[in-house]
Design a protein around this ligand. Structure first.
Ligand code: FES
Ligand code: FES
Length: 205
């Protein structure tokens, strides 16, 4: 004989099974978006490797949530959307990633984004808002100092720092203090000429 409790339990099981069956039918569609969103939120909140960094780049305050091991170069290119700084070797050997941090040139591929405290200037931040080029940019054009364009952003940024450091007093010094920036097209003589042109306008002749 079936007790009242057993009837309720059986009915409860049937309800549960109906619910599971309906749930199974709709779950894939309904849950797909929710799961993806939940995973994103969970990883942002729970992943111990993720950190939120705030950087001042070209005068703008930028915020990005990224893996704590992210380099400044990848933060600029992939999180902030400034792709002017190039990844040549990613090993600190070519200078293509050179940016200014607190006015000093650094290799962004060897710098952790989380360690940057001072303002960053990239190639995108050199021209004035009205489009007037920095004297070094103009000099590179005037002296035909680039070909592929891949090393050029790093060359220009490094050249500006070279002048500001007072290391552009003669051609030998320019070559020495620009030796961390490699060009495979042999544009070096043009780059030296460009730096000589620009340093006058930069007030460092
Ligand atoms: Fe940084 Fe080559 S990409 S030095
Ligand atoms: Fe970029 Fe020569 S101009 S490698």
């Amino acid at each position: 004989m079936t007790t009242e409790n057993e009837k309720l339990t059986a009915e409860g099981r049937r309800s549960l099974l109906r619910g599971v069956a309906i749930g199974a039918a709709v779950a894939p569609a309904m849950l797909a978006g929710a799961t993806a969103e939940a995973q994103t939120l969970a990883s942002a909140a729970d992943d111990p490797l993720l950190v939120t960094v705030e950087l001042t780049v070209n005068g703008r305050r930028e915020r990005a949530t990224l893996d704590g091991r992210t380099t400044l170069l990848d933060a600029l290119r992939h999180h902030i959307g400034l792709t002017g700084s190039k990844k040549g070797c990613d090993h600190g050997q070519c200078g293509a990633c050179t940016v200014l941090v607190g006015g000093r040139r650094v290799l962004a591929c060897l710098t952790l984004a989380t360690m940057v405290r001072e303002p960053v200037t990239t190639i995108e931040g050199l021209a004035k808002p009205d489009g007037t080029l920095h004297p070094m940019q103009q000099a590179f054009i005037d002296q035909d100092a680039f070909q592929c364009g891949y090393c050029t952003p790093g060359q220009i940024v490094s050249a500006i720092a070279c002048v500001r450091e007072g290391r552009a007093r003669n051609d030998d010094e320019i070559r020495e203090y620009m030796s961390g920036n490699l060009c495979r097209c042999a544009a070096y003589p043009h780059i030296v000429a460009a730096i000589n042109q620009a340093k006058t306008k930069m007030g460092a002749a």
